[in-house]
Structures are given as structure tokens and as C-alpha cells.
Design a protein around this ligand. Sequence first.
Ligand code: PDD
Length: 277
Amino acid sequence: MLYFYKNEFIKKEELRISPDDRGYYFGDGIYEVFRVYNGQIYEQEGHMQRLQRSASEVRIALPYKLEDIESILTKLVHENRLIEGTIYLQITRGEAPRAHPFPTEAHPILLAYCNEVKRPIATIRSGISAIALEDIRWLRCDLKTLNLLPNVMAKQAAIDHGVQEVVLHRNGIATECSASNLMMIKNNVLYTHPANNLILHGITRAVVLRIAKALQVEVHEEAFTLEQLLQADEAFITGTTVEITPIIQFDGKPIGAGEPGQLTLKLQEEFERTFAI
Ligand code: PDD
């Protein structure tokens, strides 16, 4: 696989990363994960806007113009002949001896590569189980930064409990999941946490809300509690890698009939039609 690192396209085996990269010491950087379907980058513009916003909020200057970053991604997909998969892109603040203040001399470093990844079709069709877990992250979850230790711990907690995902909550109010957004349906109304500082403003979240509105589904961007989630008719997670994956069991109890719900199936169908997947 051909990678992009520090101004050049390079083979993974030839790529060398310095321990002085601030991403390595401090998680001092930002990232995006893009989906590729049929050789095309899905919702590229939304990802680029979010990248730009994360960079500006953490005060990292993008090393290239947005259109040049887009060309790098296109070339990676093309050169690696990627039809179905993901692209990972990260930008760190640069290389400098370890010290907390922003280094004055460092230049931001862009790393990007793609992976062949199939859609997780089994869980998309059958659904997953989740448990509740306290959301111990910082108060800027809207920024896609490299500081993912709480997310990693959360995902592992799910695995340790024999389930696939956690529903993060602050004082009983559900926010999102370890690497996806959360939605529930009650009486044909779709609820999801507002896009504020407590959740990532997911690209798939926005796509699903768009699709729901087009289907005349009532959408409330309103926070809900864990108890409300337990009483929901349907629930699902959304994300670049998970698409729309139903949650059929929460904290050991079935959600709705304990199988993917009718509206969830309709949204999935429309999602697949929209992206021709
Ligand atoms: N994660 N919430 C969190 C905490 C996430 O990490 C992600 C995505 C999402 C969904 O966002 P989007 O629809 O834009 O993918 C929500 C990526 C895939 C990851 O970290 O691997």
C-alpha cells in the first residue's frame, strides 16, 4: 500500500516516524476517517469541513490547501486501486523535543493511507448489544482529535462485557458511543443528542437526519436518558464504518422487539440506495 507522509507518497515499509512527533507524545493532532464506496470518497466535503474546523479549534495550521489534501486522497484511492474501504488521515502539530508549549519551529505533518475494509454487513443486518458506561471524556468531544484513550477504554469495556458497543452517558443522559453516534425512535419520532460540544458531529449522523427528514420522519435533536433508551421502540448507531447498525439489546434487555426495527430498516434501505452500495 502506498502511504502519504510528510510531502511524499511512500511505501509503508519505507516510512519513518520520529518519536518527536507531537502526536506520539501528546496526542497533539486531529484526524478523519473517510469511507470509500465504488472507488468514490463518500461525503468528502463534510469531512473536509470538519477537518478544517478541528484544525482551527486546536490551532494547527493545515499544511496544504483543502483542494491539495483532496488531491492527495484521490491519488491514494487511485494508486492503491481501492474500491471499497476507508482512508485514514491525521495531522499532528509537528516534530519537536518534548515540551508542552506549541513549538515555534515545527511544521504540521500529514499522514494518510487507505485500507481495504468490507462493510460490516453481519452486524448491520442483525444488530448489536450495548451496555451503559459513564462518559469520562473532555468537554470538546466535537473535535476529532487523536486523544482517544477514553474511547479505547470504552470499547474495551464493551468487549470485556461480551457486547459490541457502549452507550456513553453523563449523569444518565446518553451522549454517543465509543466511535459512533446514537439515535433512538419512540412513537415514530427520531431522537438524537444535539450537535454540541458533548458529541462528535458525525458525518453519517447528518446524512441519516437528512434521509429521515426526506422520508417525512419527525426529527428531534434532543438529548434522552438511559431509561428513555430502554423504553425506545428502536435504536441504532451511525458512523462512517458502522453505517446504520441497530442496537437490539441494551444493558441485557431487548430494545423494542429485540430485533432491527421497521424505521431503522427503512433508513438503512434509503442509505444504501443513496450511496448505491
Ligand atoms: N469515528 N462519534 C465518535 C466518538 C466517533 O469517533 C465517530 C467516528 C462518530 C461517527 O462519525 P462519522 O459519521 O463522521 O464517522 C461519532 C471514526 C470512524 C473512528 O474514530 O474510527
